[in-house]
Structure formats: structure tokens, C-alpha cells
Design a protein around this ligand. Sequence first.
Ligand code: GCV
Length: 717
Amino acid sequence: MRALIRTMLTAMIVGVALVAATAPARAEDGYDLWLRYRPLAARDAADLARRAGSIERRGDTPTLRAAADEVRRGISGLSNRPVAQSVQGGIVLAPASDPAVAALHLPIAPLGDDGYLVRSVTLEGRSVTLITGKTDRAVLYGSFALLRHLQTGGSLDRITLTSTPRVKLRVLDHWDNLDGVVERGYAGQSLWDWWTLPDFHDPRYTDYARANASIGINGTVLNNVNAKADSLTAPYIAKAAALADVFRPYGIKVYLSARFSAPIELGGLKTADPLDPHVAAWWKAKTDEIYRAIPDFGGFLVKANSEGQPGPRDYHRSHADGANMLAAALAPHHGIVMWRAFVYAETDPEDRAKQAYTEFKPLDGTFASNVIVQVKNGAIDFQPREPFHPLFGAMPKTPLMIEFQITKEYLGFATHLAYLGPLFAETLASETKQRPGETVAEIVDGAAEGHGLTGMAGVANIGRDRDWAGSTFNQANWYAFGRMAWDPTLGAAPVAREWAAMTFAPSPQVVDPVVAMMMGSREAVVDYMTPLGLAHVMATGHHYGPSPWVADLKRPEWNPVYYHRADTAGIGFDRTVTGSNGIAQYAPALAHLLADSATTPERALLWFHHVPWTYRMRSGRTLWAEMIDRYDAGVGYVAGMRRDWDTLRPSIDAERWAKTATFLTVQEREARWWRDASLAYWMSVNGLTLPTGTRPPAHDLAWYKAQRVANAPGNPQ
Ligand code: GCV
């Protein structure tokens, strides 16, 4: 009997242990992002507790305190035990100027200001894990690097972690309006509660700063580039200053988008002409006022003479005249101007993809030294795929920063799963062919042209949604942007692995399938929305869903038909010498390849060439058959992600699993919508039929044309 009871008890204990081992983690809502610090497996947790029983901070600055607090929070969570601060810690946070650290003669100098070193050392006779660097900020970055290491399966045993950022300005651009609406935002209202600022400091502001510091972001532009002058008034400067106070310990500077006509709107001047001394004086006084409130203010971001925004061209002055005038006001404070090159005009019949280059290339070398020109990754507008912008490599005397869109304006908003790491990596790895082997990354990090002022900007996808970004997988895009801004050569897959391990669990059973889903997800969106180099075929205004048929908008380049140029003979935008000759804006060696459809990468075929529907692809299929194949591949990939996610259900906490599962169902339905609507339209143009066995569109073209998406988020009214 006793033996039976013992056997039953053993079975129960084993059963409980098995359930515990396989049961999903406790409910989570995504708020903690990748900084979850959930307990490691028991043995690892015990090992961590033994090696990192207490934390020692040498120095008492806000940044060191923030770093030590984070390490304590992280180690307590991971080791599942409280961790104290003590005078003799197993983990020591100390800048390299600390005498005991200096005595170790560690290789700190090559790390620069922000680079960190985390290393097992003997410090004053004790074996410790030292987190150090030249500045407190470097110690903060090292602290997050250590926590990342531990969250992704690393231990403290003989540890050496070191890294230096390759890019100086690692900035989020918030397209947040002062009324709380986020332009192209799909994660709720703006995080900034302008109404309760400057008094109330929502704890989320601190968590926002922690998250950004953890991935190396060191700047935030608080307001939309479609700027209101109000953001430069005294009350809003005070609000921005309150945010700057919260962000400062985390090494994050605040920037503002400046409305170029503010001297008229706020200053009562008759002009905003950048060469008018009264205008320059107004900006100087305004800039001085900002610096009195925010001594480490980063500077201005400016969208000028673009989509209705005012700018120097209104006064027949150049973009350099405008930028340099602001730069002069900022220079005494060491502030900078990020001047956007996203310009195109409805009055200009030139190919839209050529206009920014035409405008900016002649200005190379004329910008002040504290101006950096901000160039979108592609020449149109954050499409699911664009070839790299021809300005990269074409303005060697001017620092250029790259602008990516993290928010998914053109990639299915918050609901579609599209990991953007491959998009960032693909652009950064593109060879400009201006100089042998030169990549866009080397322009961005300054290696190619020797600029000290370097930068990468990402249009934020953050809002007041509980999970910050509208979905768990959108958090990966914020994460990837920061990590790749720190080091553009990191690669999309390693970054996805880090993120998946930290966001879900560090086991290969979770990380492998999650990363596999992520890595093909952006290509899938390209396939079901804009295969083979198509672009800008989305619906008007809100940009959600397919509308390749739209031809009646006021500005020619707002119409999808302008971009795809489909007719009975073929499809695609001819940017060769027989068309707009946009290819001539690239280096001759690249232009030479792009001149011929046979040597153009097929993924960009219809971006550069107008080809017959019967054009023979490398697969041997006709273009038409290949397009159908791509659309089907895109839809199929989403169906596959949905199935893969189903199998992950036992390993993922219920709330985050269910939201993603629902979104994948939405995505699969909408991928079909994109495919079917596009095919229905192309068939109406080319008169072709579908190959045998191809699934016909679910509805006729009239049905797709009649679909309306009401009240889509993020759309400026
Ligand atoms: C902030 C696209 C978007 C606009 C955005 C603009 C820009 O046109 O649709 O919402 O405006 O890009 O980057 O300035």
C-alpha cells in the first residue's frame, strides 16, 4: 500500500513538474517589451545569484543610478531573488576614471565615449564582473548589454562583452501631433500627454527611455515633421523640457521638428526668408530660449517645401540657405540640424523618384558643418521594397543620415507581421558602386566619406497601446532599428534571435521557429502587395489595402497608375534612358547594370523597367505567371506563419499568443485581398487569363473597387 502511495505521489510530482516545465509563462501583456527579466532555469538562476549576489555602483550620477537600478532589476528577475546594492558587489558598475579600474589598464580608449566593456576581472583582490567605459553613458549601455547577454542564454563565467556604436545619432522620429494623434501611428494616441505635461511625468516616459537606452537610441524628435509652430511656444518648450529631464539619465536627447514659417506665425514677422536678418535673429532668440530650458537640446528636424510644408524655396532660397540659417542659431550650443531631403512638387513633371536628387545633389558641400541631410531609404516613400536612394554616395561632402520607417504605413499597419530587419539590412548592405565595395552602411556610419556627424533615424511605431507598438512583433522593429543604428552591420537574423529570446524565451524550441517566421515575413508582404519592383499601389489617404486602379487624384504622383504604368503591352516604370532616366542618378557602374532588364535584380525589375507581360523571367516563366506565383507565395507564407504560430501555443503566454494568432488570421485574409484585387485589376488591363490551376479572385474587380476602409488610424485629415 505504502509503495503504491509512494508511486502515486512520485507520479503526481513528476506530473506537476512536467506541467510546470511545459506550462506557458505567467500572463503577459507586452508592456515589458524585451526587458522582461523572467527567471532563468533553476540551475542558471542559482549560478547567477551566486556570481551576482550584490551590485556595486562607483559614482552617484543619475545615469549610473539608472544603470545600477536596471542591473538590479534584471538580475533580481533572472535569478529570481532580490539583489542588493552593496559596497562590494559581484557586479561592479564604474566608469574607467575610477582609480581601481584605471589601475587595470583596460583597453578603454578605442571605445570612444559610448563604447562599453563588460569583463570578468580581479578588482582590488575580488573576482567581479566589471561594467565600464569612458562615460557613465557607456556604463549604462554596458549594463544593458550584460542583461541582454544573460537573457539570451549567456552566463557571467569569464565574460567579455565590448562594443562601440558605429553611428553617432540614433534617433526616433515621432510623427506625434500636439492633439495626441500620431500621423501614420497604429498603436494608439501619442505617448506624450501634452495636456498634463510639464507637471505629470507619466512613468511610461521612464520606461520608454529605458527601452530606448537598452538598444542604444540616443535621441528623440518629439513632434511630427508636419510641424505646428505651437511646439516652439514657451508652454510647449516647458513640456519638452520636462520630457528631456526624464530622458537625460538614459542618454537620450530631445529634438524638435521646426516649422519653417514659425517666425511669421509666432514672431509676427512678414517673412520667413532665411536670408532676412530679422528672421535669423528670431531663430537665434528662439533657439537660445530653448537652450535655457533644455541645456542639452539636440537640435531641429525640418521638413521643408514638401507636401505643403513651408520652406526656403518659398523665397527662392535653397535648402542649404534654410538649413544653414538654423544651423547658425544652434552652433553656439552645439546643436544640429537634421534637414530632410524628402521633397517633391506637383508642379514638377520630373519622375518623383528623381526630384530629391535633382534638388540636393548640386548643394553638396554647401551645408554648414552642423547640418546633416536626412534621406529616406528609398527615393519614393517607405514602400515595402525600394532600391536604395540614389543620394547615398552622391553627396560625398555632406553628412547624410538615413531615415527608415519603423511604423508600417505601407506594410499592413499594426496587424500584419512584417519584421523589418531584412529591409533595414538590405538597404544598408546595398553597394553604391560609387567607389569599389562601398555600401550604404558605410555612407551612413561615415566610414566611406570620413564624416564625424553620422546618423540613422526611424519613424517611431510607438503609442499609448499597452504593448507600445500595437503588436508584439512590431516591437521587434523598434528593437531592430535601435540595434542596427548602433551597428548597421549586425544582420537581421542575429538581431531577431536576440529579440525573440528576450521577448519569449531563450530556448531554441521557441527562438528557431519564431525567427524563421520573422525572417521571411517582410518578403511575404512584398510578394502579396508589390511584387517584382512594383510600388505605391495602395489605397488613397490612409494607404491601407490595394487600389492599383486609382487614377483620379489631384497630383499625378499620388496615383498608383503613375507608378505601375500597366497597359495592354506591359507593366513597370521605365527609368532607363528611354524613360525618365532615373538610373543615371546612380553611379555609372550601377546605372550600367540597371540599364538592362537582364542585369537588373528581378526584385527591382518593375521599378526600373516597363516590360511586356510575356517578358521571360529567370525562372523561365512569363512575367505574368511569375507575378501570380509571387502573389501566391506571399499569401502562402502568411498561412504558414499562422500554422507555425499555432504550434507555438504551449510555449507562449496566453495573451500575447492570442493577439498574434488573431492578427495572423487578419493578415491571411488581407493578403488574399491584396492578391485577388491586384490580379483582378491586372487582368482587366492585360486581358490575360489565369494559368490552369490558379485560384481566381474571390470577387470581381467592381467589388474590390467598392471596398472602403473607414476611419483607418494614422491618417491626417
Ligand atoms: C509626415 C509620407 C506619409 C506622410 C509623411 C511623409 C513624410 O508621404 O504618407 O504621412 O508625413 O511621408 O515623410 O514627410
